[in-house]
Design a protein around this ligand. Structure first.
Ligand SMILES: Nc1nc2c(ncn2[C@@H]2O[C@H](COP(=O)(O)OP(=O)(O)OP(=O)(O)O)[C@@H](O)[C@H]2O)c(=O)[nH]1
Ligand SMILES: [Mg+2]
Length: 302
């Protein structure tokens, strides 16, 4: 009998307790968010996209009038940022390497590309040491036959980690060096080959063509783009051009230790739609950190 009355009361109570954020409040939250993201080096187009998603969600949800709006809004922001970062797992990639080697006896081949000085060589040796610890000691192909000192550098670093390097002389065809390394790994039953290449800018036709040739000749299982977190927003445009030119599967961001802002990580992933595999957080071999969205969100939304 009292149901009707109860229902009526409940209706009123709900109306009192629940409310939407006003357009003005939403605008305020979103504007602040976008500004903060841009200040953290997130590309403007990406920050605005996040802002749009956050505004959309905020418009559609009801808040408890006396609840903690701040923390709900934070949660909405987190979800929006999360939804635009593709995530990859280094462990999964390692599993794929094991599976390929187990099933075919063939090495898993990774081609590393990126602009000058972005951190490719250091990253490769870090990954080599990481794989070695997991029982997948790789071979490195010194296919940067272009920059003076590149072969000595990779030999020196790899030597510290106890990793073998296949190299030829300077000026040698880099695709031939890479191919040589893959053949050598096959013969020596080495499970993984990491190919180091010369840094190049996205306007250098010859070097870009050479990179495509290496890819054509060795047909790598994955192409990893090594970007420099310090390059800020420039890194996004560079990655886009490399992706168009050679096709990228994963991104590694080096020098994140020197870039407290972390925005480039978010932008790069979103703009080229490729996940970040791990990040470089220092110059030592141990300074490799598997990437997680959690890690980035905590840096960006702290
Ligand atoms: N702080 C910091 N420095 C790094 C990191 N990764 C690489 N570096 C440094 O960045 C510089 C360039 O690194 P390389 O590995 O030689 O870069 P690269 O892309 O191979 O360079 P090129 O072959 O000339 O195109 C070196 O001084 C590295 O020690 C990192 O994660 N953190
Ligand atoms: Mg190098």
């Amino acid at each position: 009998m009292l149901e009707g009355v109860k229902k009526a009361f409940r209706g009123v109570a709900e109306k009192i307790e629940m409310s939407s954020l006003s357009d003005k409040e939403i605008e305020h939250y979103v504007e602040e968010l976008v500004l903060n993201l841009v200040a953290s080096d997130v590309a403007v187009e990406v920050a605005e996209e996040i802002g749009r998603r956050v505004a959309e969600t905020l418009r559609s949800i009801k808040f408890k009038r006396f609840g903690d709006k701040q923390s709900r809004v934070k949660e909405v922001i987190r979800k929006a940022v999360e939804s635009i970062i593709p995530e990859a797992s280094l462990e999964q990639l390692i599993e794929r390497m094991r599976a390929k080697f187990r099933e075919t006896g063939e090495p898993y081949v990774i081609l590393f590309v990126g602009p000058n000085g972005s951190g490719k060589t250091t990253t490769i040796v870090k990954l080599a040491a990481y794989l070695k610890e997991r029982g997948l000691t790789p071979l490195i192909a010194a296919a940067d036959t272009f920059r003076a000192g590149a072969i000595e550098q990779v030999r020196e670093l790899a030597g510290r980690a106890g990793i073998r390097v296949v190299s030829q002389r300077y000026g040698a065809d880099s695709a031939a060096v890479a191919k040589d390394a893959v053949d050598s790994a096959r013969a020596g039953r080495i499970p993984v080959v990491l190919i180091d290449t010369a840094g190049r800018t996205e306007v250098d036709r010859n070097l870009l063509e050479e990179m495509r040739k290496i890819k054509r000749v060795v047909q790598p299982d994955a192409v990893i783009y090594v970007g420099d977190a310090l390059a800020g927003n420039v890194v996004v445009e560079q990655a886009r051009r490399f992706d168009e030119y050679v096709g990228i599967d994963y991104v590694v961001l080096a020098k994140l230790d020197a870039d407290a802002k972390g925005g480039s990580a978010l932008s790069i992933s979103h703009v080229i739609g490729k996940p970040i595999l791990f990040v470089g957080v220092g110059q030592e071999l141990k300074d490799l950190k598997p990437f997680s969205r959690e890690f980035l969100l905590n840096t960006l939304l702290a």
